[in-house]
Design a binder for this molecule. Structure first.
Ligand code: FMN
Ligand code: SF4
Length: 497
């Protein structure tokens, strides 16, 4: 286990431990693409006693390659000063900062760019639904120049490393992929050419910065995903162009988003197989990304030599203190990510700032003690009631939480019972034990009524007695034998044949 916390070298850098924070879109940026205070809070939370290297959320090398309307930019005149703010926050915590460069190509979002996306050949990305036009050679040249300029700016902003996105079905992978790149010019005859030009441009712009290449170990799409031959050629190129590590994720933004974002319900074997395949192709250090937020799994990939470094993305969003808790022998205190994607990805996709179902404090200013502690009664011990109780208790209020059932959790107790969602239980269990540790009293099997309010006489009553399931008004539904998911998982109705 100690191996996870050993220092590790990456090119000329020494990382404080074997953990990496992978690039995650936050939707914290301004519509123009600049940094906000929320970014600084978020990256400070992750960096404090955190992973050796933080790869920050992607910047697009040109305005047309953006994927999200609130994505950070690198092409603006003020970009260096803006990004430097994030670098400074990370350096203040004695951690290293890496800039992630991408151009989404066919996966670019017209709502973010204001123009139709462009790709190596005409195609439609099922995720955005947008049709792409083929890029002209001068347009390709402008994108390669964008990589060079972005690399130069990474140096000026003080970044310690650069990561180039070469996977997940984005532009570099689209050029490599024989199923997508149908060009007859030199970029089609040599599908590796774009990657060669991009890596050369990044090197020209930032000669002294170690460069990481991100790939998908498998794009998990037999019809449209990149083939192993094309991927193997990229890995060979990486080894001969001074790449310092290969960061192995999974999936494609267009063709297999659940794999890209590693939903809880997916099997683990394809990822392990993909890591083993990449390991067999290259001697470069590997970073394994995707659902590594349980200590046994992180140790397994290191022990089995499937990877040298481990990425923790969502696990550090659900608990930025995870690494410190693991290292100091307090794994039971971790608020574990359930890989549900509800508070993070779903919010970002809807244009809302990234959040987390089990950590409402992510990206929020540190809680201050109240000057006027109140006596609080929280009615309801579901996730909302527990979070409210925890928040109020941490602010110094004297909290009693009352739940009518015999256990805390509310409908969350049913959510994790769905197939493939068992990991969601860990975060729930931790939330419940944090509430018990911080509240003055937790009453189970006790509904809040006038008697209880009379006994406790709270200054503040928080009503969090649960949500009602939305059952669509479908004609004839009542006359059928149907049941809701809650009725099924709670056993309220029997399953009959
Ligand atoms: C909300 C969200 C946004 C993400 N955005 C990106 C991205 O822009 N580029 C990228 O390469 N990976 C992105 N990822 C994938 C992560 O880098 C990482 O591979 C994935 O979350 C699995 O790792 P984890 O289980 O440690 O979170 C994103 C993941 C999430 C949840
Ligand atoms: S617990 Fe769910 S919402 Fe929170 S980071 Fe993990 S996947 Fe995202």
């Amino acid at each position: 286990m100690q191996r996870l916390f050993e220092t590790k070298s990456l090119g000329n850098l020494t990382l404080a431990n074997r953990f990496i924070f992978p690039p995650i879109k936050t939707a914290y940026g301004t519509p123009k693409g600049n940094v906000t205070d929320r970014h600084l809070t978020y990256y400070r939370q992750i960096a404090e006693n955190g992973p050796g290297l933080l790869i920050i959320e992607p910047v697009s090398v040109t305005a047309e390659g953006k994927e999200h309307p609130k994505q950070l930019c690198i092409h603006l005149p003020e970009s260096v000063d803006e990004l430097k703010k994030i670098v400074n926050v990370i350096h203040a915590e004695s951690r290293l900062a890496c800039l992630h460069l991408n151009h989404a190509g066919a996966a670019a979002n017209p709502k973010a760019t204001g123009v139709s996306p462009k790709a190596p050949s005409a195609m439609t990305c099922p995720t955005t639904g947008a049709a792409s036009e083929p890029l002209t050679e001068p347009e390709i040249g402008a994108i390669v120049d964008g990589y060079r300029s972005a690399a130069e700016k990474a140096v000026s902003a003080g970044f310690d490393a650069i990561e180039v996105q070469g996977g997940h079905g984005y532009l570099l992978s689209q050029f490599l992929n024989g199923k997508i790149n149908q060009r007859t010019d030199r970029y089609g005859q040599n599908r590796l050419l774009f990657a060669q030009e991009v890596l050369a441009a990044v090197k020209a712009g930032a000669l002294d910065l170690p460069c990481i290449l991100r790939i998908s170990g498998s794009e998990m799409s037999p019809d449209f995903g990149i083939g192993t031959e094309d991927l193997a050629s990229l890995l060979k190129l990486a080894a001969t162009t001074g790449i310092r590590a290969v960061h192995v994720g999974m999936g494609s933004a267009c063709f297999s988003p659940p794999w890209y974002f590693h939903h809880a319900s997916l099997p683990e074997k394809p990822q392990m197989d993909a890591l083993a395949w990449v390991r067999a192709q290259t001697d470069l250090p590997l970073i394994a990304a995707g659902r590594m937020g349980r200590m046994d799994r992180a140790i397994q990939v290191i022990d089995e030599k499937l990877a040298d470094l481990v990425a923790l993305g969502r696990p550090l969003i659900s608990d930025p203190d995870l690494i410190e808790k693991w290292q100091s022998g307090r794994p039971d205190e971790v608020t574990y990510c359930g890989y549900c994607l509800q508070g993070c990805l779903h919010r970002v996709k809807n244009g809302e700032p990234i959040g987390c179902n089990v950590n409402p404090e992510i990206g929020q200013p540190e809680l201050e003690k109240s000057a006027h502690p109140l006596k609080v009664l929280v009615a309801g011990g579901g996730p909302a009631g527990m979070s409210a109780a925890l928040y109020l208790a941490r602010r110094g209020h004297r909290v009693t939480l009352a739940e009518k059932e015999n256990q805390l959790g509310g409908q969350f107790n049913l959510a994790w019972q769905a197939p493939g969602k068992q990991k969601m239980r860990d975060g729930l269990d931790n939330l419940a034990s944090c509430v018990k540790a911080n509240a003055e009293a937790v009453l189970t099997g006790r509904a809040v009524d006038t008697d209880l309010v009379g006994d406790i006489r709270p200054d503040l009553l928080v009503w969090a007695t649960g949500a009602h399931q939305n059952v669509p008004d479908i004609q004839g539904l009542d006359s059928q034998y149907t049941m809701t998911s809650l009725e099924y998982f709670s056993g309220a109705k029997p399953v009959s044949m």
